[in-house]
Ligand binder design. Structure first.
Ligand code: XMP
Length: 507
């Protein structure tokens, strides 16, 4: 195991991901972790992330200097590099202008960190401060025109620092450098594999849960499904999954989820057909936030009613994943973000503890674990789908008829995207129903029907997104199929807005 100390940099998650991609397990820890805790964890290496502060600033995050005396290899990145230098007696200075972007650096290829790296290579710089004088005992192993000290090292103490960001893809040989640190310096074995992780997790769940009961709110999405299957592999029918069908799912989704969980996995599966309750409460409501609130509240209510029938359970399972844990502020305290998928935690369900089997996994790792556990690809690679479902993909009132329109159009759109082989490369795509009706002509008849909006975005973090440039031919085919096959639609529009200024959802 390697630990990544979080100094608040925007790429902290990325560093952890890259390390795991090298088959080395790692966890992100707060920068002020105690030396005792580090010794207890006994990591093979430590990586300091970047961060927005200047090492000399008041209140800047500093770690215990004793870290450098533990004999554990340390790699400092950007702020981490400056901090290591500062704490060990070197100096850091502020550049007049921020250096930002791709930069060519020269590296000393005899350094273990730069083994097999080209002597002149491109890296990504993003900093104002930089190392001026390396700390005593350190030698410079890389430089660029504007940054004379781009990397330093003290081989005997296994301390390494880089001013640039090896974790981002713009650093062409960045992964190689991280791999070198992990394998050449830390001497990791690279035995972190998904298969062993799932096996170990199942055993750990078995030990923790014993003969007690677990309750899980299953949404049919990737995270809750993988969490449920993992628990079911551990304790079988001690797990009850409640799947609330709110009638706002995609076409055939409810039946598909039911089919998978009742035929392929050993769990108590309860499907609650609560469609009408949701439709009744949504009748006449057009404001998107009000819809969200209604759906969230009703969801909790239905879930609680069903949970009451089961009685007291010992554990409530949640599909919290690692980015949720990190985003909730490891640097300060490890508060858990409430799972917005099901509209918050139920308050009136009796449970003693929460189990979160995916707490340490990134999204792509959750998918790998899902495949490992035998969950069908169709479910594992499912598109992200919001908890309030189609309720927030219909502008204006949500009625069963309008839900049907968007379900049908969306199914055609997804099918054609898959036919074009684009289903795993686009970040998110779906059809939404606008509240615009307009005149059209079909056959010899005049129509006055709805317009469907198609949305497709590319994104890495879902915080920002760009509209995807889908081939015209594909859009033409989808449009023609939708107007021909979905009665009540006579126009198809493509949304070419990014986020910001729009959002990904169309509500
Ligand atoms: P927006 O529309 O905010 O969406 O740009 C960003 C991402 O979040 C998803 N989303 C939700 N997911 N419950 C969820 O589980 C929600 O209430 C919700 N609202 C938006 C959206 O699909 C996109 O991936």
């Amino acid at each position: 195991m390697v630990i990544v100390l979080d100094f608040g940099g925007q790429y902290n998650q990325l560093i952890a991901r890259r390390v795991r991609e090298c088959n080395v397990y790692c966890e992100v820890m707060p920068y002020n972790i105690s030396l005792e805790k580090i010794k207890e964890l006994n990591p093979k290496g430590i990586i300091f992330t970047g961060g927005p502060a200047s090492v000399y600033a008041e209140g800047a995050p500093h770690c215990d200097k004793g870290i450098f005396e533990l004999g554990i290899p340390v790699l400092g990145i950007c702020y981490g590099a400056q901090l290591m230098t500062h704490l060990l007696g070197g100096s850091v200075t502020s550049a007049e202008v921020r250096e930002y972007g791709k930069t060519e650096i020269k590296v000393n290829t005899t350094s273990k960190l730069f083994k097999d790296v080209a002597e002149n290579t491109i890296c990504w710089m993003s900093h104002t401060d930089h190392i001026k004088t390396p700390a005593e005992g350190f030698v410079v192993t890389s430089s660029s025109d504007s940054c004379p000290v781009a990397a330093v090292e003290m081989v005997d103490k296994k301390l390494y620092s880089v001013q640039f960001h090896p974790e981002v893809v713009h650093t062409q040989e960045g992964t190689k450098m991280l791999r070198n640190f992990l394998y050449e310096v830390c001497e990791c074995n690279g035995d972190w594999k998904m298969a062993s992780f799932t096996e170990e997790s199942i055993q750990a769940l078995r030990d923790k849960i014993g003969d007690k009961k677990v309750l899980c709110a299953l949404s049919g999405g990737v995270d809750s499904s993988v969490a449920a299957v993992m628990i079911s592999k551990a304790v079988g029918k001690q797990l009850t999954c409640i799947f609330v069908d709110h009638g706002l799912l995609r076409k055939n989704e409810g039946d598909e989820v039911e089919q998978i969980f009742t035929t392929q996995f050993d769990v108590n599966f309860v499907r609650v057909n609560a469609q009408q309750r949701f439709y009744d409460r949504l009748a006449g409501v057009t404001d998107p936030e009000t819809k969200r609130k209604i759906i969230g509240e009703e969801f909790i209510r239905v879930f609680e009613e069903e949970a009451k029938k089961i009685g007291t359970v010992d554990f409530l399972a949640q599909g919290t994943i690692y980015p949720d844990v990190i985003e909730s502020g490891l640097g300060k305290s490890a508060v858990i973000k409430s799972h917005h998928n099901v509209g918050g935690l139920p308050e009136h369900v009796d449970f003693k503890e929460i189990v979160e089997p995916l707490r340490l996994l990134f999204k792509d790792e959750v998918r790998k674990a899902g495949l490992e556990l035998g969950i069908p690809e169709k479910l594992v690679f499912r598109q992200p789908f919001p908890g309030p479902g189609l309720g927030i993909r219909i502008i204006g009132e949500v009625t069963p008829e309008r839900i049907k329109l968007v379900q049908e159009a969306d199914a055609i759109y997804r099918e054609e995207i898959a036919n074009a082989g684009l289903d795993r490369s686009i970040g998110q795509y779906f059809a939404a129903l606008t509240n615009m009706q307009s005149v059209g002509c079909m056959g010899d008849e005049r129509t006055y029907d709805y317009a469907i909006a198609l949305r497709a975005v590319t994104t890495t973090d879902f915080m920002t997104a760009e509209f995807a440039e889908l081939p015209w031919e594909l859009l033409g085919k989808v449009s023609s199929r939708i107007v021909n096959e979905v009665k009540g639609v006579n126009r198809v529009l493509y949304d070419c807005t990014g986020k910001p200024p729009a959002t990904i959802e169309f509500e």
